[in-house]
Design a binder for this molecule. Structure first.
Ligand code: HEM
Length: 263
């Protein structure tokens, strides 16, 4: 039996591939979607890590304002993503990677938003333009190319399962939260071992039958999914810097006013 990845490159749908792939089960080959998607998004991942918002996380230092705005955007993103996954759950490109029990984030995000913004959180959420664009793209993909949804699900859910535990602890420490309040987003009660689940998810991704053209479309969409996230993070920071500037101007104006009264 030749190496599975060699065979798979030459005969992607051949019977021999099946036999070799089984013999080589634990090992993933170069031509597996899970490997290709990781490799094409490698640079994008580095860029995402280096956004101001993610750098705050890596410094172990996230502000309440940053986190609240992030939650608002995540809510908009997961609402679109999970609606599209639900609607397409029996599509052959979605069914193998459809894990609502284990992964769905919408309800946990709503719990966290209620914790931070109160019962009327729906009237108070702030959604930056980049977040609207991301959600729009998700809905368009769900309608026009459901087989590309895997790219978006991979980008968000595998990211959450990879860095999520660390980010959760940083959020808890930075904001002085206790008892898991406001932190539901980071908790996956349906996933016992994130690493084992990631393996299962990758093998399910690899089981999706894709034409060469569709596979290229998925890979392109994954790069786009990272790009969407980067734009959201940058937009959140922009909103915060405008707010900060306005606050400073307000403080200066108040201060000047006080001085002139005093004079
Ligand atoms: C995986 C770090 C932000 C998406 C990972 C892994 C680490 C990591 C250590 C595990 C790598 C491995 O298992 O080989 C970080 C750090 C971040 C960050 C420090 C910023 C503070 C993001 C963002 C996204 C993302 C913003 C996308 C929105 C992913 C994905 C994976 C991953 C999809 C799974 C890769 C794979 O196994 O195919 N990240 N990450 N990450 N991250 Fe991130």
């Amino acid at each position: 039996c030749r190496h599975a990845s060699d065979v798979k490159r030459r005969a992607p749908h051949g019977a021999e591939t099946e036999k070799c792939a089984r013999a080589d089960d634990a090992q993933s080959g170069d031509s597996d979607l899970s490997e290709q998607i990781k490799s094409v998004t490698k640079d994008s991942h580095v860029r995402a890590e280096n956004t101001e918002l993610m750098l705050s996380y890596q410094k172990g230092n996230i502000s309440l304002q940053q986190y609240k705005l992030l939650l608002c955007s995540l809510h908009e993103i997961y609402r679109a993503l999970e609606e599209e996954l639900d609607r397409n759950s029996s599509h052959p490109g979605v069914a193998p990677i459809y894990f609502p029990q284990e992964l769905a984030r919408l309800e946990s995000l709503e719990k966290d938003l209620e914790y931070f913004y109160g019962q009327n959180w729906r009237e108070r959420v702030i959604v930056p333009a980049a977040t609207h664009r991301y959600a729009q793209r998700l809905r368009q993909v769900g309608k026009e190319n459901p087989e590309f949804l895997v790219a978006h699900a991979y980008t968000r859910y595998l990211g959450d399962l990879s860095g999520g535990q660390v980010l959760g602890r940083i959020t808890q420490k930075s904001l002085g939260l206790s008892g898991g309040e406001g932190l539901s987003f980071f908790s996956f009660p349906g996933v016992t071992s994130p690493n084992r689940f990631k393996q299962l998810y990758r093998s399910r991704m690899n089981s999706v039958e894709l034409s060469q053209e569709a596979r290229e479309g998925v890979l392109e969409e994954a790069v786009r999914a990272f790009e969407c996230n980067i734009e959201v993070f940058d937009d959140i920071q922009k909103i915060l810097s405008v707010t900060e500037k306005a606050n400073m101007q307000h403080r200066e104006a108040t201060h000047n006013g006080y001085m002139s009264h005093g004079a």
